[in-house]
Structure formats: structure tokens, C-alpha cells
Design a protein around this ligand. Structure first.
Ligand code: CAA
Length: 270
């Protein structure tokens, strides 16, 4: 893969994104408020690039939206023929390669990279959701480790209503959080849930008054930073594998991780 370079402010803006890195904390802002932070393929490939070029010191990534809407999801222009922002859309890729779906599959895989890295063990990702998080916006929030919702938040998995499926890595966390039955109900009605229901369904770790969203996220970030980085990473690695391991395997993984921690502690004390 080509060596990625840190995106410039201009490149970020052209992708509908803002990025501010301050020591251990990176803040990504979906920044097309006039389109309610609708996202294009370029937004997602830029998200992937942000993940690939994040300074090593970054431990916390906060994802938020500019203005009153987290994100209205995919830019509906992506469903029109022709390029958008100088990049091919799914329909233009199919038009250009009528007998070959491989280029479109590659493009979707690249889009998914923009979402997948938010689970990385060396970071904790936090979605700060105000207003609507629709379709790809909901999936972006689902890609984060922790969701803090304003009481204005409204979540909707709109894709099936548009004749599509959620394909930006959101189906797995959704099922893990709410169970398959509720996930079927939410996706196949494409209904919108409010913050209170989201919290009841375990889709929010915290719901706060709208004016408290930023202070609540700041406090959470401070708490996360207070835990030593190596222990945080090792613990997240354990938690991420717990769902697929049987108890014996998980116990073995805990022992191995703890040995590494204790050896490091003993080394530091010498
Ligand atoms: N794409 C492009 N433009 C959008 C947009 C979108 N997803 N959402 C909003 N906009 C634009 C509107 O066209 C409007 O533009 P103009 O000012 O030029 O008319 C502007 O943003 C403001 O929109 P509204 O007046 O509708 O704002 P609102 O605050 O009343 O409502 C909203 C906000 C509930 C998000 C509403 O705009 C809406 O429902 N948008 C469409 C949502 C949608 O269907 N998204 C696709 C989901 S599916 C997906 O993401 C993944 C996938 O398919 C693979």
C-alpha cells in the first residue's frame, strides 16, 4: 500500500471533515452542516487516511458533527449517475464496468476502512451525537467504542428503506448491542429512535442535555486519559476478543496479558 501522508486542512475540508489533534486526543468533525453533514466516498476514504496517519501519541478519538445534526448519512448525490467531488459513485462504477462488480466491491471495502479503524485497541473512540445520525451516520456512531448522546439525538438505519443494506460495518455492533431480533425490527422498519430509547437499547453509554454534550465528552476523555495507556490497550484487546473466545481461551488470554503487564511493572520498578 502507498505510504499515507497526514491530510492537509484543505484535503480534510474537501472531504467534509475537520481534524484537531492535541496531544493524546484527536477530534474528528463531520463538517458539511449545510448538508447536515452528509458524507461521500471521499469522506470515508479520508476517515481511513486519518486513521492510518494518526500520531502515535493519540489515545482518544472523538467523532462529532458540526451544527445540530451528527450526520444525515450518505450524500444522496452518491445515488445519482456521474462522479461526485471528482470521484466515482457506486452507480458510475457500475456504469463504467457493467460486467464487473470488482471495482465497486473494492470501493466499498475502502469506504469500510474509514469505519473499521475506530475499533483499534490502541485508541478509544467516542461518538458525540447531537441530532440525527442516519444510515452511514448511525453506522459511524456504531463504529465507536462509546456513544455519548445529546437528548436531541435521533438514530435511524435508513438503508433498507432506500433499497440497500447497511454496509459500513454497522450490522455487527448493532446486533451485539441490541440482539438480532431488535436489530431486525430497527433495520426493517427503518424507524427513528430517540435518545431515551437508544439508551434503553444500550445504543448509548450516556445521554445528556444538549448543552452538556461537549462538557460530558470532555469529562469522559479526562477519565479515559487517567488510565495508563499500556493497561488501556491491553484491556481493550482482551475485551475485543471476549465475545468470540470460550471461557478457557479468554482466561488464558487474561493470564498472558496480565503476565505482560506485571513483567513491565517489575521492569519499571527495577
Ligand atoms: N444528502 C445530501 N443532502 C442532504 C442530505 C443527504 N443525506 N441530508 C440533508 N441534505 C440537504 C438537504 O437537501 C437540504 O439542502 P438544501 O438546503 O439545498 O435544500 C439541506 O441538507 C438541509 O436539509 P433539511 O432541510 O432536510 O434539514 P432538516 O434539518 O429539516 O432535516 C434530516 C435533516 C432529517 C437529516 C433530513 O435532511 C433527511 O432526512 N435527510 C436525508 C437522510 C437520508 O436519507 N440519508 C441517507 C441514509 S442511507 C445511508 O446513509 C447509507 C447508505 O445508503 C449506504
Amino acid at each position: 500500500m502507498a505510504q499515507m501522508t497526514t491530510p492537509t486542512a484543505e484535503e480534510l475540508a474537501a472531504s467534509g471533515l475537520g481534524l484537531a489533534v492535541d496531544g493524546a486526543v484527536a477530534r474528528i468533525t463531520l463538517s458539511r452542516p449545510r448538508r447536515r453533514n452528509a458524507m461521500t466516498g471521499r469522506t470515508w476514504t479520508m476517515l481511513a487516511r486519518i486513521g492510518q496517519t494518526l500520531p502515535e501519541a493519540v489515545r482518544i478519538v472523538v467523532v462529532g458533527g458540526a451544527g445540530p445534526t451528527f450526520s444525515s448519512g450518505i450524500d444522496l448525490d452518491m445515488f445519482r449517475p456521474g462522479d461526485i467531488d471528482g470521484e466515482p459513485t457506486p452507480l458510475s462504477l457500475l456504469a463504467d464496468h457493467p460486467d464487473d462488480t470488482a471495482p465497486l466491491e473494492r470501493a466499498i471495502a475502502e469506504y469500510q476502512e474509514g469505519f473499521l479503524w475506530l475499533r483499534r485497541a490502541d485508541i478509544v473512540s467516542v461518538a458525540a451525537v447531537r441530532g440525527h445520525a442516519i444510515g452511514a451516520g448511525f453506522q459511524l456512531a456504531l463504529s465507536c467504542d462509546i456513544r455519548v448522546l445529546s437528548d436531541t439525538a435521533r438514530l435511524c438505519m435508513k438503508e433498507p428503506a432506500l433499497g440497500l443494506v447497511p454496509d459500513l460495518t454497522g450490522t455487527k455492533p448493532l446486533v451485539e448491542l441490541v440482539g438480532v431480533n431488535r436489530a431486525v425490527e430497527l433495520c426493517l422498519t427503518a424507524r427513528t429512535i430517540d435518545a431515551e430509547e437508544a439508551a434503553r437499547l444500550r445504543l448509548a453509554e450516556q445521554v445528556v442535555a444538549d448543552s452538556e454534550l461537549e462538557p460530558a465528552v470532555d469529562e469522559l476523555v479526562a477519565q479515559l486519559l487517567a488510565v495508563p495507556a499500556d493497561a488501556a490497550r491491553a484491556t481493550k484487546e482482551l475485551l475485543l476478543q471476549a465475545g468470540r473466545n470460550d471461557l478457557e481461551t479468554q482466561a488464558r488470554a487474561e493470564r498472558a496479558a496480565q503476565l505482560a503487564r506485571l513483567v513491565a511493572m517489575a521492569g519499571a520498578a527495577r
